[in-house]
Design a protein around this ligand. Structure first.
Ligand SMILES: Nc1ncnc2c1ncn2[C@@H]1O[C@H](COP(=O)(O)OP(=O)(O)OP(=O)(O)O)[C@@H](O)[C@H]1O
Ligand SMILES: [Mg+2]
Length: 479
């Protein structure tokens, strides 16, 4: 199904609330579908109202809604966040109302989970994590959290998790301690002749949760190699002894997450949730093997409900369309409906709070968090300092021994991508293609080829980072 011309309408059903089409695709199913072209074919001006997903065999199910069914989501409740008999919680809903679930515990195998939540900035990663953290606290699951934006990403978690750290060094201390704990459990269970983990008998299920994991793992991080090794170790050893790992990351490439070989296999076996992405991320997810090649997920636009508007001769836009943000919209790539659009329920308030969000605090409840804080492990202190193992619950007063202090590599300035250069060039207003090419030729970056700029423009349009094509022929940022 690569162009509307190849679509054969087999079945058209008209309903009061929506239209549903079953379209026949080329062999291989819903691949390389051009969502904009599909909207044109169906004569729908608001692309977010048209949702397609793979049907059986060569069928694509295309539904046209009066408004995007995920435009408004209800608030998450404690009932949603209570584990069911399968160890799952309800975190949101697919566009057709089926609950979106996340597994917190696997009662069948006893294994701890491995979860990664990807998304571009502001896509809703931290709120998604917060849902997981609340569910853990309520279920007596112990959480060791590194909130690597100085504690600002999930502020309400403070006091509601067993261990709470906010910088890279402490996060490393936490990871080392978690691996040590997993190894100790491994030996203990081996002695007991245990073959698997039994929750709360005698040990609780525990999770290491890292928000902004990219800060530890990206190129240039002084801890990249060790962090990747430790995370992999938790994924491997921790899993069967009740210590799991949950990462939220804004990453362009798995390579930025400590090297693709290291984490790819582990992540592919775990749960992968993809919130709104950037163009680099999508290509990377495919090349990293997290998405089948050729699979083209319907884009999550930054704003939904926007109609394509015509630019008038005097530069004004025709009014129309209400803006609704798409934060929390996602694909659960490792679920049974990997290509169905879903959205997290609302966790807390839409508006930022000066202090802690009372709705989120209420979901955590006022009880103390389950479990004991991990004793963070740091490299041996310098000669002359007291202590042997270097363990210090607060991580305070510790310094690295000579030679152990990781050096921050001098990072060369990152060259800008074509997408970044195009977006920057359009900041002062819409441009014709020729003017845009001119601007790019003069922005000090490397030479550009018109063909690749055109491709980047259509990618950006598809993602909603540029306004859709209109009659003026100008290229502009979305309003
Ligand atoms: N499920 C949701 N429904 C509606 N709005 C949401 C949802 N999740 C997040 N938001 C809104 O989006 C904002 C950003 O969410 P969040 O902080 O979770 O994003 P993030 O991906 O962690 O961003 P950053 O890259 O800045 O860390 C929130 O303040 C909230 O207003
Ligand atoms: Mg965040």
């Amino acid at each position: 199904m690569t162009s509307p011309a190849t679509l054969a309408k087999e079945h058209v059903e008209e309903k009061k609330v929506m239209r549903e089409y079953i379209l026949r695709t080329r062999p291989g199913g819903v691949k390389g579908v051009d969502h904009d072209a599909l909207c044109d074919l169906l004569e729908v001006d608001d692309p977010s109202r048209v949702i397609f997903e793979q049907g059986r065999g060569r069928e694509a199910v295309v539904r046209v809604f009066p408004v995007n069914p995920l435009a408004t989501m209800r608030a998450i409740t404690l009932e949603d966040l209570t584990m069911d008999e399968n160890g799952c919680i309800r975190v949101g809903s697919y566009y057709d109302g089926e609950p979106l679930r996340m597994r917190v515990h696997d009662p069948e195998t006893g294994n701890a989970q491995r979860v990664i939540i990807f998304g571009t900035t502001g896509a809703g990663k931290s709120r998604a994590l917060q849902a997981f953290l609340i569910a853990c606290k309520r279920a007596g699951i112990v959480v060791h959290l590194a909130d690597l934006k100085g504690g600002q990403s999930v502020p309400e978690a403070q006091g509601n998790v067993a261990t709470h750290v906010t910088d890279l060094k402490e996060a490393m201390g936490l990871l080392r301690a978690a691996v040590a704990k997993a190894e100790a459990r491994f030996k203990k269970y081996a002695k007991l002749g245990r073959s698997g983990f039994i929750i709360n008998d005698p040990d609780p299920l525990e999770y290491v949760v890292i928000d902004e994991a990219n800060r530890l793992l990206e190129k240039g991080s002084p801890f990249r190699a060790e962090a990747a090794k430790l995370i992999k170790e938790i994924g491997r050893t921790g899993r069967s002894v009740g210590i799991g790992i949950v990462l939220a990351a804004q990453a362009g490439h798995l390579d930025e997450l400590g090297g693709s070989d290291t984490l790819r296999a582990m992540l592919k076996e775990g749960e992968v949730i993809l919130l709104r992405w950037s163009s680099q991320m999508m290509q990377a997810l495919v090349s990293d093997g997290l998405l089948p090649s050729g699979e083209n997920l319907q884009p999550i636009l930054k704003e939904i409900g926007r109609v394509r508007r015509i630019r008038r001769w005097d530069g004004r836009k025709d009014a129309g369309g209400t803006k609704v943000n798409s934060q929390g919209m996602c694909y659960h790539l490792t679920s049974h409906r990997s290509s169905s659009m879903a959205r997290f329920f609302l966790v807390g308030s839409l508006k930022p709070y000066k202090g802690h969000d009372p709705a989120i605090r209420a979901l955590y409840g006022s009880a103390p968090p389950p479990g004991e804080p991990l004793r963070l492990i740091f490299p041996p202190p310098k000669e002359g300092k007291a202590g042997s193992g270097g363990a210090d619950p607060d991580g305070a007063g510790l310094e690295y021994a000579e030679g152990d202090e990781p050096e921050l590599e001098a990072m060369p300035a990152m060259p800008k991508t074509n997408a970044q250069r195009i977006l920057a060039a359009l900041e002062d207003g819409p441009l014709s293609e020729a003017d845009l090419l001119d601007a790019l030729d003069n922005d000090g970056g490397r030479d550009v080829k018109p063909g690749s700029i055109r491709t980047t423009i259509s990618n950006l349009r598809r993602e909603g980072q540029l306004a859709p094509k209109d009659a003026s022929g100008l290229i502009s940022l979305p309003q």
